[in-house]
Design a protein around this ligand. Structure first.
Ligand code: PLP
Length: 444
């Protein structure tokens, strides 16, 4: 233990001396040291054990250090660590085959990227080239990545500082009944009004100027608002009617997170382009990608696609993807996520909402759940402002960590997003800590 402490202290000092962290005021940080991880657990610099209810950044879908995925990376490293993407590589070919086996018919080609943001950059580039149009529509309350176009289509405050209004991006309101922008009181009303708003946006922006609509199949960081099937089917219809490319961002919701291989399967729709990252290989090695339909693929059969990356289809990342997909399938992880989500997480969160004064709506599917912390259940006033934090939310997060659970926190929300192969006992143990902490909260 002393050795772990000494090593962790040194790692921390060097981090604070030299490492520049994402989305942060550097001097205000005191990042947590993770010294070790196994399955659903991580260990801090003191050796204290936590249930990882965040799956890091909602990516370790097969848990930490899954043995067959670790072994696949080792085997690939022994064989060949890296190649020019222009060459053929067995790990990349097999990863592409396995991924296309999971997609609907007609979505049979993958362009590999390094992560989710560049997957969305390329998806939008393809849609613009395909349609000859420039604008992209996306919803408020969304996250699509930190690079220039991806952060501009993003609909959360992280966009503000990077938004110069020149990206041809138009935002619209998506359906979100709990905080309805349409004064709706039922899901059917919300769906109908959100679709009418989207169609009017398309018409008034000029359909002939719009290349694509990009939507997270289920918005993740923005709050896990599961849309109705009717809404997503309506978006599909509008895309067909006005000739727009439908890009489904499955970076967070895909690869089992929502209890299906892809979250859009819940809605009985087929997008034109799917983007993915995170869960495809549990984030063990950076990987993302764009799956395009035949119509878009055929644009680039005789003319060159103007884009590429040194690490497109990196062998270590693709070997990890092959092992991850096989492990998810062989071990029934997606069925596990769907079952335990429905039988344990959903009912227990609903009970917290009924019993505790600061718990508002809870919602989700699979291993993809959100809990709204509110000051007042009647007004639904969030316990932290949109785009910010609060002492109360920090206190709750601090108590959860003290109780041995690492939650995912965004503004006033807590997300419960453990690995897909979490056990019922682990889930209940983590939710017991939530119950204890939330029962003590009484803020107004
Ligand atoms: N799209 C969604 C839905 C995401 O949740 C994220 C990351 O959280 C991204 C895109 C960006 O992915 P990356 O951070 O790998 O660039």
């Amino acid at each position: 233990l002393q050795a772990i402490r000494t090593e962790s202290e040194r790692a921390y000092e060097l981090d604070r001396a030299h490492v520049f962290h994402s989305w942060s005021a550097q001097a205000q940080l005191s990042p947590m040291v993770i010294s070790r991880a196994q399955g659903s657990y991580v260990f801090d610099g003191e050796g204290k054990k936590y249930l990882d209810f965040a799956s890091q950044l909602v990516n370790t879908n097969v848990g930490h250090q899954h043995p067959t995925v670790v072994q696949a990376i080792k085997d690939q490293a022994d064989l060949i660590c890296t190649i020019n993407p222009a060459h053929v590589n067995a790990a990349r070919s097999e990863a592409a085959r396995l991924i296309c086996e999971l997609t609907p018919e007609g979505l049979d080609h993958v362009f590999f990227t390094n992560g989710g943001a560049d997957a969305n950059e390329h998806a939008i580039r393809m849609a613009r080239l395909h349609t000859g149009r420039r604008k992209v529509l996306s919803r408020y309350r969304s996250y699509h990545g930190g690079t220039q176009t991806a952060v501009n289509v993003t609909g959360d405050p992280r966009r503000f500082a990077n938004d110069h209004g020149d990206a041809g991006v138009v935002h619209f309101f998506g359906p979100f009944l709990y905080r309805s922008e349409f004064d709706a009181t039922t899901e059917a009303e919300e769906t109908e009004r959100a679709l009418r708003h989207l169609e009017r946006t398309i018409q008034l922006e000029g359909p002939q100027t719009i290349a694509a609509i990009i939507l997270e199949s289920i918005p993740g960081t923005a709050g896990i608002m599961v849309p109705s099937a009717e809404y997503m089917q309506g978006v599909r219809r509008l895309c067909d009617e006005y000739g727009l490319v439908f890009i489904a961002d499955e970076v967070m919701a895909g690869f089992g997170r929502a209890g299906r291989w892809f979250a859009f399967e819940h809605f009985d729709i087929v997008p034109d382009i799917i983007t993915f990252a995170k869960g495809v290989n549990s984030g063990y090695v950076p990987l993302g990608g764009v799956i395009m339909n035949d119509a878009i693929y055929s644009d680039f059969t005789e003319r060159a696609y103007p884009g590429g990356l040194t690490y497109s289809g990196h062998p270590l990342a693709c070997a990890a993807a092959v092992a991850t997909i096989n492990a998810m399938r062989d071990e029934g992880m997606i069925a596990n996520a769907a079952k335990l989500g429905e039988e344990i997480v959903g009912p227990r969160l609903a009970e917290f909402s009924e019993k505790f004064p600061n718990v508002g709506e809870t919602r989700g599917v699979g291993m993809f759940w959100a809990l709204e912390l509110v000051r007042d259940k009647a007004t639904r006033e969030p316990l932290a402002p949109y785009g910010g934090g609060s002492a109360e939310v920090s206190e709750i997060v601090g108590k959860l960590k003290a109780g041995g659970v690492l939650p995912f926190n965004n503004y006033h929300r807590l997300h419960i997003v453990p690995p897909l192969n979490v056990t019922a006992d682990e889930l209940n143990a983590g939710l017991d800590v939530f119950e204890q902490v939330l029962s003590e909260a009484n803020y107004s």
